[in-house]
Design a protein around this ligand. Structure first.
Ligand code: SAH
Length: 345
């Protein structure tokens, strides 16, 4: 049965009209789902019995099942959810000075096989539906509501490659962004891609206000192909061309994600090449301390080298942040909780 959370307001309006209900019924249902946050059609008390029965017969209102929750000392919360087909996915809620940001999973597993990432250890089983992404946000919001916490930002940076599940991810963004949905501002929503060029070009043409982040992680083809197989299909020249196209179509600043991997991509040469690559863009570089993944041998750059990267970028007029580590004590890196859970069960 289709989940009611898969539908955006326009789709819901259309199916209700097609079935003899009124346009305003769609608004009512949306408000029950996202304002009142009820979890059954039965609770939608201002709908007619007919409509409630019809919804019950045609749509599911089922929530995700939280099977594990970890709260880190820094307040980061990590949720392990079970989907209807038994698949496990993760979401992480992080607290920043500007708000609370949820990291949303977009696929069960991932086919991109980046060598440093725990998600790539599990091949993609399937795409998530829009509703399964919406429910990650909604269920986490419900969980923290009593503590007065509001999820204000979304990053599609959990397990999976969002542009390998393009339609569902964009539909998800539309639902959580809608005023009558969760009302999360478009500029507070970030989609992160490892560099699927076709997706970037398509996204450029949407002219939406969501932020685009690129997982760059290496500033030359040799190294990037080594640690990110996607670079073989879409080498840096193609990626940069697509980003120039994006920049020409959208007046939005890009972000480059750059995990600092000790002795791999933190050399002077890499720093020089990274500065060179940013030249043509209004870009923000996020330097990310590496979250150790048991299975793979990489370690994080030491603090001093990380600071050198930061200082050199800044002195070359490249805006950047050296991101703080979040939730290292609770396996908050992509795919870590799930892969540990699956190994122990
Ligand atoms: N496929 C998308 C989104 C998922 S990965 C993408 O590649 O952008 C989200 C971000 O987490 C990426 O920048 C990824 O490279 C990074 N990441 C993966 N494993 C990590 C780890 N162990 N420590 C820190 N960041 C990691």
């Amino acid at each position: 049965m289709i989940s009611i959370y898969d539908l955006n307001l326009e789709q819901l309006t259309q199916v209700l009209l097609d079935n003899g209900f009124k346009k305003y019924n769609a608004t009512q249902v949306f408000q029950w789902l996202y304002r009142q946050k009820v979890s059954s059609f039965e609770e939608m008390s201002n709908l007619s019995k007919d409509l409630r029965n019809w919804l019950e017969e045609n749509y599911s209102c089922e929530q995700l099942k939280i099977i594990q929750k970890q709260v880190s000392q820094d307040g980061t919360r990590k949720y392990l959810f079970e989907l209807k087909d038994g698949s496990l996915i993760e979401s992480v809620l992080m607290h920043y000075d500007y708000g609370n940001s949820i990291c949303v999973t977009s696929q069960v597993g991932c086919n991109m096989a980046c060598s440093f990432c725990a998600s790539g250890l599990m091949k993609k089983k399937r795409d998530l539906t829009s509703g399964e992404m919406v429910l990650q946000v909604l269920d986490v919001q419900k969980d923290v509501e009593a503590e007065g916490i509001r999820v204000s930002h979304i990053v599609v940076m959990g397990i999976g490659e969002p542009f390998d599940n393009y339609d569902n991810v964009l539909n998800f963004c539309g639902i959580v962004n809608h005023d009558l949905g969760l009302g999360i501002g478009a500029r507070h929503i970030t989609i992160s891609t490892c560099g699927l060029v076709d997706g970037i070009r398509r996204f450029a043409d949407e002219h939406v206000q969501y932020n685009l982040a690129i997982s760059l992680h290496a500033p030359n083809n040799e190294l990037r192909s080594k640690i990110m197989p996607v670079n073989k299909a879409y080498p840096l020249e193609k990626l940069m061309d697509a980003l120039k196209y994006y920049a020409s179509q959208n007046n939005r600043r890009l972000s480059f994600e750059y995990i600092l991997l000790k002795d791999i991509n933190d050399t002077d040469d890499c720093l020089r090449q990274l500065i060179e690559l940013t030249k043509d863009f209004d870009v923000y570089v996020n330097l990310i301390p590496y979250n150790t993944v048991d299975e793979n041998g990489y370690s994080s750059t030491d603090y001093k080298t990380a600071m050198t990267f930061y200082d050199k970028l800044m002195s070359n007029h490249v805006r950047c942040t050296l991101r703080q580590k979040h939730g290292d004590d609770i396996d908050a890196a992509c795919g870590q909780l799930r892969s540990k859970y699956e190994r122990s069960h």
